[in-house]
Design a protein around this ligand. Structure first.
Ligand code: ARG
Length: 307
């Protein structure tokens, strides 16, 4: 499928020149050697195994153009990241407008019928917004808003229309990539009989990664990385094998940060050692991916990046 990709890239008019331009651009962020090494590394696997990118809702509303151009960039060098987005902040705004108080239990959004209705509308709207932004830049993209995540009710009494993912169907994702379009997913799931359920976008991204086993799982946020609770500085790398226990002992590693680190460890424990997580911003994505020193927070099990 890599050959297919290359052919597609070269047969489009002037796309060879365009690819060269993009690669020259890449060299301006890192040395030729490192950029080429990472390009080769990311292109060495099947197209759908390059990356799952989880995009927070805030990125879609505040940094849409930056996001679209970063994704365009990856696609122009022949890579097909699988994008999954949330819409949390947009949801909260709409709920507020509708006079519905957002309600969380154990960090899970309790979803009644009204909340689900709003969620569905917002997810579809945000999804289309990203797809259209990409197509304005001439990047074919497909909205994939159902048919991927199969779910059961997590606990209908307690959380309402919230799903627990029981299966991931890759067909629509693969079909999109095979036709040369970036797959853009929302984090809505369905029961086998078609009831839509709300799922947390981080959880959905994790489930997707478990099934696809990509080299990179990327979380894009405006913060651009994981921040150290005491120094306030961005953490460069976390090597889970050596540092996990110690991080968990730190008094500042609590609530969301604790959950996040634990979930990332559980995810990476079940993936090949070559997989790693990057937490970065839309604008720094290419620097994180194509240079040795990166630009966000890299989380991996051990030291060795390559097999
Ligand atoms: N570009 C390499 C990768 O994507 C290394 C990134 C290093 N990042 C960091 N925050 N230290 O795996």
């Amino acid at each position: 499928s890599n050959n297919l990709q290359q052919n597609r890239l070269y047969t489009r008019d002037s796309s060879k020149n365009e690819k060269e331009t993009i690669i020259r651009l890449l060299y301006s962020i890192g040395s030729r050697k490192e950029v080429e090494q990472y390009l080769r590394h990311f292109a060495s696997v099947e197209s759908q195994k390059f990356a799952v990118i989880k995009v927070g809702g805030a990125v879609l509303s505040d940094e849409l153009d930056t996001l679209a151009s970063s994704l365009t960039f990856l696609n122009r060098v022949g890579l097909y990241p699988i994008v999954l987005h949330g819409a949390g902040p947009q949801m909260n705004q709409l709920l507020e407008n509708a006079g519905v108080e957002p309600n969380y239990i154990d960090g899970i959004r309790v979803t009644d019928a009204k909340t689900l209705e709003i969620a569905r509308g917002v997810f579809l709207q945000e999804n289309l917004k990203l797809v259209e932004a990409l197509e304005r830049l001439d990047i074919p993209a497909r909205p994939i808003t159902c048919g991927v995540f199969v779910a059961d009710y997590l606990d209908k009494e307690k959380y309402g229309y919230v799903g627990k993912i029981t299966g991931v169907q890759k067909k629509a994702i693969e079909a999109s990539i095979n036709s040369g379009a970036l797959p853009i997913l929302t984090s809505l799931a369905e029961t086998p009989s078609g009831q839509i359920l709300n799922v947390n976008a981080d959880v959905a991204a994790g489930e997707l990664a478990r099934v696809l086993e990509p080299l990179k799982i990327i979380y894009l946020s405006e913060k651009g990385g994981l921040l150290h609770g005491e120094t306030g500085k961005k953490i460069d790398v976390i090597n889970l094998d050596e540092e996990y226990e110690n991080y968990m002992k730190q008094p500042w590693v609590k609530y969301g940060t604790r959950l996040k680190i634990r979930e990332i460890k559980e995810l990476l424990d079940r993936l090949p050692r070559t997989s790693s997580v990057a937490i970065t911003s839309a604008g720094q994505l290419h620097k994180e991916l194509f240079t040795d020193c990166g630009a966000g927070t890299l989380i991996r099990r051990g030291y060795r990046l390559f097999k």
